[in-house]
Design a protein. Structure first.
Lengths: 117, 412
Protein backbone atom coordinates (compact mmCIF):
# COMPACT_ATOMS: atom_id res chain seq x y z
CA UNK A 1 0.00 0.00 0.00
CA UNK A 2 3.07 2.26 0.03
CA UNK A 3 3.54 2.48 -3.69
CA UNK A 4 2.74 5.82 -5.19
CA UNK A 5 -0.17 5.43 -7.50
CA UNK A 6 -1.41 8.95 -7.57
CA UNK A 7 -0.34 12.46 -6.89
CA UNK A 8 -1.63 15.66 -5.44
CA UNK A 9 -0.78 19.19 -6.47
CA UNK A 10 -1.07 21.82 -3.76
CA UNK A 11 0.55 25.22 -3.81
CA UNK A 12 2.40 24.24 -6.98
CA UNK A 13 4.08 21.32 -5.21
CA UNK A 14 3.41 17.78 -6.40
CA UNK A 15 3.11 15.16 -3.69
CA UNK A 16 2.82 11.37 -3.74
CA UNK A 17 -0.36 9.74 -2.47
CA UNK A 18 -1.69 6.21 -2.47
CA UNK A 19 -4.67 5.21 -4.55
CA UNK A 20 -7.14 6.29 -1.86
CA UNK A 21 -5.59 9.76 -1.77
CA UNK A 22 -3.71 9.46 1.53
CA UNK A 23 -0.27 11.09 1.65
CA UNK A 24 2.57 8.59 1.55
CA UNK A 25 4.68 10.81 3.78
CA UNK A 26 2.82 12.69 6.53
CA UNK A 27 5.71 15.17 6.67
CA UNK A 28 4.67 16.43 3.23
CA UNK A 29 1.55 17.90 4.82
CA UNK A 30 0.93 21.64 4.77
CA UNK A 31 -2.28 23.57 5.35
CA UNK A 32 -2.55 23.97 1.58
CA UNK A 33 -2.46 20.18 1.22
CA UNK A 34 -5.33 19.92 3.70
CA UNK A 35 -7.35 22.47 1.75
CA UNK A 36 -6.80 20.53 -1.48
CA UNK A 37 -7.63 17.15 0.11
CA UNK A 38 -10.77 18.63 1.66
CA UNK A 39 -11.77 20.15 -1.67
CA UNK A 40 -11.60 16.70 -3.28
CA UNK A 41 -14.08 15.54 -0.62
CA UNK A 42 -16.30 18.55 -1.18
CA UNK A 43 -15.45 20.06 2.19
CA UNK A 44 -14.65 23.66 2.95
CA UNK A 45 -12.43 23.84 6.02
CA UNK A 46 -13.66 26.12 8.79
CA UNK A 47 -12.06 27.12 12.07
CA UNK A 48 -13.73 24.09 13.68
CA UNK A 49 -12.07 21.75 11.16
CA UNK A 50 -8.70 23.38 11.70
CA UNK A 51 -8.88 22.93 15.45
CA UNK A 52 -9.14 19.16 14.94
CA UNK A 53 -6.52 19.04 12.19
CA UNK A 54 -4.05 21.04 14.28
CA UNK A 55 -4.60 18.74 17.27
CA UNK A 56 -3.92 15.73 15.05
CA UNK A 57 -0.77 17.28 13.58
CA UNK A 58 0.54 18.12 17.06
CA UNK A 59 -0.23 14.58 18.19
CA UNK A 60 1.58 13.20 15.15
CA UNK A 61 4.63 15.34 15.80
CA UNK A 62 4.82 14.09 19.36
CA UNK A 63 3.99 10.39 18.85
CA UNK A 64 4.77 9.82 15.16
CA UNK A 65 1.48 7.96 14.77
CA UNK A 66 -2.05 9.08 13.94
CA UNK A 67 -4.18 9.79 17.01
CA UNK A 68 -6.95 7.30 17.78
CA UNK A 69 -10.43 8.72 17.22
CA UNK A 70 -11.04 8.46 20.96
CA UNK A 71 -8.21 10.93 21.69
CA UNK A 72 -9.59 13.45 19.23
CA UNK A 73 -13.05 13.06 20.73
CA UNK A 74 -11.64 13.48 24.21
CA UNK A 75 -9.86 16.64 23.10
CA UNK A 76 -13.10 18.02 21.65
CA UNK A 77 -15.02 16.99 24.77
CA UNK A 78 -12.65 18.69 27.19
CA UNK A 79 -10.70 21.51 25.59
CA UNK A 80 -13.25 22.03 22.84
CA UNK A 81 -16.02 22.17 25.45
CA UNK A 82 -18.34 19.80 23.59
CA UNK A 83 -18.68 17.27 26.43
CA UNK A 84 -20.87 14.36 25.44
CA UNK A 85 -21.56 15.94 22.03
CA UNK A 86 -17.91 15.70 20.98
CA UNK A 87 -18.39 12.67 18.75
CA UNK A 88 -21.42 14.22 17.05
CA UNK A 89 -19.35 17.35 16.42
CA UNK A 90 -16.52 15.30 14.87
CA UNK A 91 -18.99 13.62 12.51
CA UNK A 92 -20.73 16.89 11.73
CA UNK A 93 -17.43 18.24 10.50
CA UNK A 94 -16.20 15.03 8.84
CA UNK A 95 -19.35 13.07 7.98
CA UNK A 96 -17.63 10.20 6.17
CA UNK A 97 -15.76 9.01 9.22
CA UNK A 98 -12.59 9.57 11.16
CA UNK A 99 -10.41 7.02 9.39
CA UNK A 100 -11.91 7.69 5.98
CA UNK A 101 -11.91 11.48 6.02
CA UNK A 102 -10.31 13.17 9.03
CA UNK A 103 -7.10 11.15 8.90
CA UNK A 104 -6.77 11.70 5.17
CA UNK A 105 -7.17 15.48 5.34
CA UNK A 106 -4.80 15.66 8.34
CA UNK A 107 -2.15 14.06 6.14
CA UNK A 108 -1.88 10.77 7.99
CA UNK A 109 -0.83 7.59 6.23
CA UNK A 110 -3.76 5.38 5.39
CA UNK A 111 -4.57 3.62 8.67
CA UNK A 112 -4.00 -0.12 8.48
CA UNK A 113 -7.04 -2.19 7.66
CA UNK A 114 -9.48 -2.46 10.51
CA UNK A 115 -10.42 -5.65 12.14
CA UNK A 116 -13.71 -6.55 10.62
CA UNK A 117 -14.33 -9.90 12.36
CA UNK B 1 -27.83 -12.80 -22.41
CA UNK B 2 -25.63 -15.81 -21.73
CA UNK B 3 -23.02 -15.03 -19.10
CA UNK B 4 -19.41 -15.93 -19.52
CA UNK B 5 -18.41 -18.69 -17.11
CA UNK B 6 -14.83 -19.25 -16.09
CA UNK B 7 -13.70 -22.86 -15.89
CA UNK B 8 -13.50 -23.82 -12.18
CA UNK B 9 -11.99 -27.31 -11.88
CA UNK B 10 -10.84 -26.83 -8.27
CA UNK B 11 -14.07 -25.29 -7.07
CA UNK B 12 -16.02 -28.07 -8.78
CA UNK B 13 -14.43 -30.49 -6.34
CA UNK B 14 -16.43 -28.82 -3.58
CA UNK B 15 -19.77 -29.67 -5.17
CA UNK B 16 -20.07 -33.44 -4.76
CA UNK B 17 -20.72 -34.88 -1.33
CA UNK B 18 -23.71 -34.83 0.98
CA UNK B 19 -23.66 -31.18 2.05
CA UNK B 20 -25.00 -28.14 0.23
CA UNK B 21 -22.16 -26.41 -1.59
CA UNK B 22 -21.62 -22.67 -1.74
CA UNK B 23 -20.08 -23.24 -5.18
CA UNK B 24 -23.37 -24.62 -6.51
CA UNK B 25 -25.16 -21.62 -5.04
CA UNK B 26 -22.73 -19.13 -6.56
CA UNK B 27 -22.91 -20.86 -9.94
CA UNK B 28 -26.70 -20.59 -9.92
CA UNK B 29 -26.45 -16.90 -9.02
CA UNK B 30 -23.81 -16.33 -11.71
CA UNK B 31 -26.45 -17.02 -14.37
CA UNK B 32 -28.00 -13.67 -13.58
CA UNK B 33 -25.08 -11.77 -12.08
CA UNK B 34 -21.89 -11.14 -14.01
CA UNK B 35 -20.20 -10.03 -10.77
CA UNK B 36 -20.66 -13.49 -9.29
CA UNK B 37 -19.30 -15.11 -12.47
CA UNK B 38 -16.07 -13.15 -12.13
CA UNK B 39 -16.06 -13.71 -8.38
CA UNK B 40 -15.99 -17.45 -9.03
CA UNK B 41 -13.23 -16.88 -11.55
CA UNK B 42 -11.14 -15.01 -9.01
CA UNK B 43 -11.77 -17.64 -6.35
CA UNK B 44 -10.63 -20.39 -8.71
CA UNK B 45 -7.57 -18.27 -9.52
CA UNK B 46 -6.88 -18.04 -5.76
CA UNK B 47 -7.25 -21.79 -5.37
CA UNK B 48 -4.74 -22.36 -8.15
CA UNK B 49 -2.17 -19.81 -7.02
CA UNK B 50 -2.83 -20.26 -3.27
CA UNK B 51 -2.98 -16.52 -2.74
CA UNK B 52 -5.71 -14.07 -1.80
CA UNK B 53 -6.35 -11.09 -4.05
CA UNK B 54 -8.65 -8.84 -2.02
CA UNK B 55 -7.47 -5.62 -0.45
CA UNK B 56 -9.30 -3.20 1.81
CA UNK B 57 -10.02 0.46 1.29
CA UNK B 58 -11.88 3.37 2.79
CA UNK B 59 -15.56 3.52 1.92
CA UNK B 60 -18.32 4.72 4.18
CA UNK B 61 -21.80 6.14 4.02
CA UNK B 62 -22.75 9.65 5.10
CA UNK B 63 -22.66 10.10 8.87
CA UNK B 64 -21.24 6.67 9.65
CA UNK B 65 -17.64 5.67 10.35
CA UNK B 66 -18.10 1.92 9.95
CA UNK B 67 -20.35 -0.80 8.64
CA UNK B 68 -18.98 -1.05 5.10
CA UNK B 69 -16.22 -3.57 4.43
CA UNK B 70 -14.49 -2.39 1.27
CA UNK B 71 -12.90 -5.02 -0.98
CA UNK B 72 -11.00 -4.22 -4.15
CA UNK B 73 -9.70 -6.95 -6.42
CA UNK B 74 -6.01 -7.03 -7.23
CA UNK B 75 -6.70 -9.12 -10.33
CA UNK B 76 -9.39 -6.88 -11.77
CA UNK B 77 -7.79 -7.03 -15.22
CA UNK B 78 -8.68 -10.73 -15.39
CA UNK B 79 -12.03 -10.47 -13.59
CA UNK B 80 -13.36 -6.97 -14.24
CA UNK B 81 -16.98 -7.48 -13.12
CA UNK B 82 -15.94 -8.24 -9.52
CA UNK B 83 -13.40 -5.39 -9.50
CA UNK B 84 -15.16 -3.88 -6.47
CA UNK B 85 -16.93 -6.27 -4.13
CA UNK B 86 -17.80 -4.35 -0.96
CA UNK B 87 -19.90 -5.70 1.87
CA UNK B 88 -22.62 -3.83 3.74
CA UNK B 89 -23.26 -4.97 7.27
CA UNK B 90 -26.88 -4.43 8.19
CA UNK B 91 -28.16 -5.12 11.70
CA UNK B 92 -30.83 -7.79 12.00
CA UNK B 93 -33.70 -7.35 14.43
CA UNK B 94 -33.27 -8.83 17.92
CA UNK B 95 -33.73 -12.58 17.83
CA UNK B 96 -33.54 -12.40 14.02
CA UNK B 97 -37.29 -12.34 13.49
CA UNK B 98 -38.44 -11.39 10.01
CA UNK B 99 -41.52 -11.84 7.90
CA UNK B 100 -41.29 -12.97 4.31
CA UNK B 101 -42.37 -9.56 3.03
CA UNK B 102 -39.31 -7.91 4.60
CA UNK B 103 -37.03 -10.71 3.37
CA UNK B 104 -38.25 -10.23 -0.19
CA UNK B 105 -37.74 -6.48 0.03
CA UNK B 106 -34.18 -6.95 1.34
CA UNK B 107 -33.38 -9.39 -1.45
CA UNK B 108 -34.89 -7.07 -4.07
CA UNK B 109 -32.81 -4.13 -2.88
CA UNK B 110 -29.68 -6.25 -3.18
CA UNK B 111 -30.61 -7.48 -6.64
CA UNK B 112 -30.91 -3.84 -7.71
CA UNK B 113 -27.78 -2.45 -6.07
CA UNK B 114 -25.46 -5.39 -5.51
CA UNK B 115 -24.46 -8.83 -6.67
CA UNK B 116 -27.47 -10.57 -5.13
CA UNK B 117 -25.23 -12.50 -2.74
CA UNK B 118 -26.34 -12.32 0.91
CA UNK B 119 -24.81 -14.06 3.93
CA UNK B 120 -27.72 -14.57 6.27
CA UNK B 121 -26.27 -14.09 8.86
CA UNK B 122 -22.50 -13.68 9.06
CA UNK B 123 -20.44 -14.61 12.10
CA UNK B 124 -20.60 -10.99 13.26
CA UNK B 125 -24.37 -11.29 13.61
CA UNK B 126 -25.09 -8.96 10.71
CA UNK B 127 -26.87 -9.57 7.46
CA UNK B 128 -23.91 -9.38 5.09
CA UNK B 129 -24.89 -7.90 1.75
CA UNK B 130 -21.87 -8.86 -0.31
CA UNK B 131 -20.79 -7.48 -3.63
CA UNK B 132 -21.44 -3.78 -4.10
CA UNK B 133 -19.60 -1.36 -6.33
CA UNK B 134 -18.37 1.83 -4.66
CA UNK B 135 -21.09 3.98 -6.19
CA UNK B 136 -23.86 1.58 -5.08
CA UNK B 137 -22.98 1.59 -1.38
CA UNK B 138 -24.79 4.79 -0.42
CA UNK B 139 -28.00 4.21 -2.46
CA UNK B 140 -28.25 0.62 -1.21
CA UNK B 141 -27.85 1.72 2.38
CA UNK B 142 -30.43 4.48 1.91
CA UNK B 143 -32.99 1.88 0.80
CA UNK B 144 -32.21 -0.48 3.70
CA UNK B 145 -32.46 2.47 6.02
CA UNK B 146 -35.83 3.51 4.59
CA UNK B 147 -37.03 -0.03 5.29
CA UNK B 148 -36.17 0.47 8.97
CA UNK B 149 -32.78 -1.21 9.09
CA UNK B 150 -29.57 0.36 10.29
CA UNK B 151 -25.89 -0.19 9.65
CA UNK B 152 -23.98 -2.79 11.64
CA UNK B 153 -20.62 -2.34 13.32
CA UNK B 154 -17.08 -2.66 12.02
CA UNK B 155 -13.76 -1.36 13.25
CA UNK B 156 -12.92 -0.39 16.82
CA UNK B 157 -16.51 0.04 17.98
CA UNK B 158 -19.45 -1.60 19.70
CA UNK B 159 -20.49 -4.34 17.30
CA UNK B 160 -23.81 -5.63 16.13
CA UNK B 161 -25.30 -7.69 18.92
CA UNK B 162 -26.93 -11.10 18.84
CA UNK B 163 -29.70 -12.57 20.87
CA UNK B 164 -31.11 -16.07 20.73
CA UNK B 165 -34.59 -16.76 19.41
CA UNK B 166 -35.66 -16.77 23.04
CA UNK B 167 -39.14 -17.13 24.42
CA UNK B 168 -40.58 -16.78 20.90
CA UNK B 169 -39.79 -20.44 20.31
CA UNK B 170 -37.86 -21.79 23.28
CA UNK B 171 -39.25 -22.97 26.61
CA UNK B 172 -35.90 -22.51 28.39
CA UNK B 173 -35.92 -18.73 28.04
CA UNK B 174 -35.17 -17.08 31.38
CA UNK B 175 -35.59 -13.41 30.44
CA UNK B 176 -36.81 -11.17 27.67
CA UNK B 177 -33.75 -11.45 25.43
CA UNK B 178 -35.08 -9.23 22.66
CA UNK B 179 -35.92 -6.40 25.03
CA UNK B 180 -32.50 -6.58 26.73
CA UNK B 181 -30.83 -6.63 23.31
CA UNK B 182 -32.74 -3.60 22.06
CA UNK B 183 -32.47 -1.55 25.23
CA UNK B 184 -28.73 -2.07 25.56
CA UNK B 185 -27.89 -1.63 21.88
CA UNK B 186 -30.10 1.44 21.46
CA UNK B 187 -28.03 3.04 24.18
CA UNK B 188 -24.82 2.41 22.24
CA UNK B 189 -25.94 3.37 18.73
CA UNK B 190 -23.34 6.11 18.52
CA UNK B 191 -20.55 3.79 19.70
CA UNK B 192 -21.65 1.29 17.08
CA UNK B 193 -21.71 3.60 14.10
CA UNK B 194 -18.88 5.95 14.94
CA UNK B 195 -15.85 3.92 15.99
CA UNK B 196 -13.84 5.47 18.82
CA UNK B 197 -12.94 2.60 21.15
CA UNK B 198 -9.64 0.75 21.64
CA UNK B 199 -11.01 -2.24 19.74
CA UNK B 200 -14.24 -4.13 19.12
CA UNK B 201 -16.79 -4.66 21.90
CA UNK B 202 -19.52 -7.27 21.61
CA UNK B 203 -22.70 -7.77 23.57
CA UNK B 204 -24.55 -11.05 23.27
CA UNK B 205 -27.75 -12.24 24.90
CA UNK B 206 -28.56 -15.89 25.55
CA UNK B 207 -31.82 -16.83 27.16
CA UNK B 208 -30.52 -19.74 29.23
CA UNK B 209 -27.24 -21.45 30.18
CA UNK B 210 -27.30 -23.45 26.93
CA UNK B 211 -25.87 -20.18 25.61
CA UNK B 212 -26.92 -20.67 21.99
CA UNK B 213 -25.21 -17.37 21.11
CA UNK B 214 -21.81 -18.69 22.32
CA UNK B 215 -21.68 -15.55 24.37
CA UNK B 216 -19.24 -16.87 26.99
CA UNK B 217 -16.62 -17.52 24.32
CA UNK B 218 -17.24 -14.51 22.10
CA UNK B 219 -18.88 -11.61 23.87
CA UNK B 220 -17.04 -8.92 25.77
CA UNK B 221 -20.24 -8.64 27.80
CA UNK B 222 -22.40 -11.74 27.88
CA UNK B 223 -25.89 -11.69 29.37
CA UNK B 224 -27.07 -15.23 30.04
CA UNK B 225 -30.41 -16.25 31.49
CA UNK B 226 -30.39 -18.34 34.67
CA UNK B 227 -32.48 -19.03 37.77
CA UNK B 228 -31.75 -19.05 41.50
CA UNK B 229 -34.43 -21.32 42.93
CA UNK B 230 -34.99 -25.02 42.26
CA UNK B 231 -35.30 -26.75 38.91
CA UNK B 232 -38.99 -27.37 38.27
CA UNK B 233 -39.85 -31.05 38.14
CA UNK B 234 -43.09 -32.43 36.80
CA UNK B 235 -42.97 -35.92 38.35
CA UNK B 236 -45.92 -37.16 36.24
CA UNK B 237 -43.96 -36.28 33.09
CA UNK B 238 -40.88 -37.97 34.54
CA UNK B 239 -43.00 -41.11 34.86
CA UNK B 240 -44.20 -40.78 31.26
CA UNK B 241 -40.63 -40.29 30.06
CA UNK B 242 -39.48 -43.45 31.84
CA UNK B 243 -42.47 -45.38 30.55
CA UNK B 244 -41.49 -44.42 27.02
CA UNK B 245 -37.69 -44.63 27.19
CA UNK B 246 -37.01 -46.99 30.10
CA UNK B 247 -35.16 -46.51 33.40
CA UNK B 248 -31.80 -47.39 31.90
CA UNK B 249 -32.11 -44.59 29.40
CA UNK B 250 -32.60 -42.09 32.21
CA UNK B 251 -29.70 -43.54 34.20
CA UNK B 252 -27.36 -43.56 31.20
CA UNK B 253 -28.36 -40.28 29.64
CA UNK B 254 -29.55 -38.06 32.43
CA UNK B 255 -28.48 -38.84 35.98
CA UNK B 256 -25.05 -40.28 35.22
CA UNK B 257 -24.26 -37.34 32.93
CA UNK B 258 -24.95 -34.75 35.58
CA UNK B 259 -21.55 -33.08 36.08
CA UNK B 260 -22.05 -32.66 39.84
CA UNK B 261 -23.96 -35.91 40.39
CA UNK B 262 -26.74 -33.93 42.00
CA UNK B 263 -29.61 -36.02 40.57
CA UNK B 264 -30.95 -39.37 41.47
CA UNK B 265 -33.65 -41.55 40.02
CA UNK B 266 -35.79 -42.98 42.78
CA UNK B 267 -37.30 -46.44 42.98
CA UNK B 268 -40.78 -45.02 42.40
CA UNK B 269 -39.71 -43.51 39.06
CA UNK B 270 -39.44 -39.97 40.37
CA UNK B 271 -36.42 -37.68 40.14
CA UNK B 272 -34.73 -35.86 42.99
CA UNK B 273 -32.40 -32.91 42.38
CA UNK B 274 -30.01 -31.58 44.99
CA UNK B 275 -30.42 -28.02 43.76
CA UNK B 276 -27.70 -26.65 46.01
CA UNK B 277 -25.14 -28.59 44.03
CA UNK B 278 -26.69 -28.01 40.61
CA UNK B 279 -24.40 -25.96 38.32
CA UNK B 280 -27.11 -25.19 35.76
CA UNK B 281 -25.41 -27.12 32.98
CA UNK B 282 -28.84 -27.64 31.35
CA UNK B 283 -28.12 -31.22 30.32
CA UNK B 284 -31.02 -32.89 32.16
CA UNK B 285 -33.41 -30.13 31.12
CA UNK B 286 -32.36 -30.51 27.47
CA UNK B 287 -32.99 -34.26 27.56
CA UNK B 288 -36.25 -34.26 29.54
CA UNK B 289 -37.80 -31.08 28.15
CA UNK B 290 -41.29 -31.79 29.43
CA UNK B 291 -40.37 -33.16 32.85
CA UNK B 292 -37.74 -30.59 33.81
CA UNK B 293 -37.53 -26.86 33.32
CA UNK B 294 -35.58 -23.92 34.76
CA UNK B 295 -36.78 -22.59 38.11
CA UNK B 296 -39.38 -19.85 38.53
CA UNK B 297 -37.12 -17.16 40.03
CA UNK B 298 -35.40 -16.23 36.79
CA UNK B 299 -32.91 -13.54 35.84
CA UNK B 300 -29.51 -13.20 34.24
CA UNK B 301 -25.81 -13.64 34.93
CA UNK B 302 -23.43 -11.12 33.39
CA UNK B 303 -19.99 -12.19 32.23
CA UNK B 304 -17.25 -9.95 30.92
CA UNK B 305 -14.13 -10.51 28.87
CA UNK B 306 -14.83 -13.37 26.47
CA UNK B 307 -13.04 -13.31 23.12
CA UNK B 308 -11.59 -15.47 20.38
CA UNK B 309 -7.89 -15.77 19.98
CA UNK B 310 -5.62 -12.98 18.77
CA UNK B 311 -3.12 -11.24 21.04
CA UNK B 312 -3.54 -13.81 23.76
CA UNK B 313 -5.43 -17.07 23.48
CA UNK B 314 -9.17 -17.58 23.72
CA UNK B 315 -10.76 -16.28 26.89
CA UNK B 316 -14.05 -17.21 28.48
CA UNK B 317 -16.03 -14.45 30.13
CA UNK B 318 -15.72 -14.05 33.91
CA UNK B 319 -18.86 -13.74 35.98
CA UNK B 320 -19.11 -10.23 37.36
CA UNK B 321 -22.80 -10.26 38.22
CA UNK B 322 -23.82 -13.74 39.43
CA UNK B 323 -27.53 -12.96 39.35
CA UNK B 324 -29.73 -10.01 38.63
CA UNK B 325 -33.43 -9.77 37.91
CA UNK B 326 -34.43 -8.36 34.55
CA UNK B 327 -38.10 -7.56 34.84
CA UNK B 328 -38.91 -3.87 35.04
CA UNK B 329 -37.59 -0.73 33.39
CA UNK B 330 -35.15 -0.04 36.24
CA UNK B 331 -33.60 -3.51 35.86
CA UNK B 332 -32.96 -2.91 32.16
CA UNK B 333 -31.56 0.51 32.97
CA UNK B 334 -29.15 -1.08 35.45
CA UNK B 335 -27.98 -3.49 32.77
CA UNK B 336 -27.40 -0.64 30.32
CA UNK B 337 -25.58 1.38 32.97
CA UNK B 338 -23.36 -1.59 33.73
CA UNK B 339 -22.50 -1.80 30.02
CA UNK B 340 -21.68 1.92 30.01
CA UNK B 341 -19.47 1.62 33.09
CA UNK B 342 -17.53 -1.24 31.51
CA UNK B 343 -17.10 0.47 28.14
CA UNK B 344 -16.11 3.79 29.72
CA UNK B 345 -13.52 2.13 31.96
CA UNK B 346 -12.11 0.07 29.10
CA UNK B 347 -12.07 3.05 26.69
CA UNK B 348 -10.06 4.94 29.31
CA UNK B 349 -7.68 2.11 30.22
CA UNK B 350 -7.50 -0.25 27.25
CA UNK B 351 -4.50 -0.14 24.94
CA UNK B 352 -5.02 0.24 21.23
CA UNK B 353 -6.24 -3.05 19.75
CA UNK B 354 -6.80 -4.60 23.17
CA UNK B 355 -10.05 -6.42 23.92
CA UNK B 356 -11.74 -5.89 27.27
CA UNK B 357 -10.79 -9.41 28.40
CA UNK B 358 -7.15 -8.79 27.54
CA UNK B 359 -7.19 -5.60 29.55
CA UNK B 360 -8.65 -7.51 32.52
CA UNK B 361 -5.83 -10.06 32.20
CA UNK B 362 -3.29 -7.26 32.15
CA UNK B 363 -4.58 -5.17 35.05
CA UNK B 364 -6.21 -7.93 37.12
CA UNK B 365 -9.87 -8.71 37.68
CA UNK B 366 -9.83 -7.07 41.10
CA UNK B 367 -8.72 -3.72 39.67
CA UNK B 368 -11.30 -4.02 36.92
CA UNK B 369 -14.10 -4.67 39.41
CA UNK B 370 -12.96 -1.72 41.48
CA UNK B 371 -12.87 0.42 38.34
CA UNK B 372 -16.48 -0.33 37.43
CA UNK B 373 -17.65 -0.16 41.04
CA UNK B 374 -18.61 -3.78 41.67
CA UNK B 375 -17.83 -5.55 44.96
CA UNK B 376 -16.14 -8.93 44.85
CA UNK B 377 -18.51 -11.79 45.64
CA UNK B 378 -17.77 -15.48 46.23
CA UNK B 379 -20.62 -16.34 43.86
CA UNK B 380 -18.49 -14.97 41.02
CA UNK B 381 -16.30 -18.07 41.29
CA UNK B 382 -17.60 -21.28 39.84
CA UNK B 383 -16.95 -24.17 42.22
CA UNK B 384 -14.61 -22.35 44.64
CA UNK B 385 -13.95 -25.56 46.55
CA UNK B 386 -12.20 -27.19 43.62
CA UNK B 387 -10.63 -24.06 42.15
CA UNK B 388 -6.91 -23.97 42.91
CA UNK B 389 -6.81 -20.21 42.40
CA UNK B 390 -9.13 -19.54 45.31
CA UNK B 391 -7.14 -18.39 48.33
CA UNK B 392 -8.57 -19.01 51.74
CA UNK B 393 -6.02 -17.12 53.83
CA UNK B 394 -7.63 -14.06 55.43
CA UNK B 395 -10.88 -15.99 55.10
CA UNK B 396 -12.36 -14.76 58.38
CA UNK B 397 -11.65 -11.11 57.61
CA UNK B 398 -13.01 -11.36 54.09
CA UNK B 399 -16.11 -13.19 55.28
CA UNK B 400 -16.68 -10.49 57.86
CA UNK B 401 -16.37 -7.78 55.17
CA UNK B 402 -18.84 -9.64 52.98
CA UNK B 403 -21.29 -9.99 55.85
CA UNK B 404 -21.02 -6.30 56.63
CA UNK B 405 -21.66 -5.35 53.04
CA UNK B 406 -24.74 -7.49 52.89
CA UNK B 407 -26.07 -6.27 56.23
CA UNK B 408 -25.54 -2.74 54.95
CA UNK B 409 -27.45 -3.47 51.77
CA UNK B 410 -30.30 -5.10 53.68
CA UNK B 411 -30.69 -2.13 56.04
CA UNK B 412 -30.26 0.48 53.28
Amino acid sequence: MNAQVSELVANDVTLATNEDGYLLDPLDWTPEVAIELARRDGLELTEDHWRILNFMRDYYEEHLIAADARFVIKYLATEGGYGRNARAELYRLFPYGYMQQTCKIAGMRRPRAWSTG
Amino acid sequence: MAKKHHPTPNLDQLEPGPWPSFVTGLKALSNKSEMIGDLLGQLEHSYQTKKGYWKGGTISVYGYGGGVIPRFSEVADKFPASREFHTLRIMPPAGMHYNTDILRKLADIWDRHGSGLIAFHGQSGDIMFQGARSESVQPAFDEFNALGFDMGGAGPSVRTSMSCVGSARCEHSCFNEARAHREVLNNFTDDLHRPALPYKFKFKFSGCPNDCMNSIQRADMAVIGTWRDDIQIDQAKVGEFIAEKGRNYVLDNVTSRCPTRCMSLNDDDTLTVDNHNCVHCMHCINVMTKALSPGKDRGVSVLVGGKRTLKIGDLFGSVIVPFMKLENAEDYERLTELGSEIIDFWAENGLEHERCGEMIERIGLENFLEGIGIEVDPAMVSQPRTNSFVRTDMWEEEAEKWNQRHTGEASA
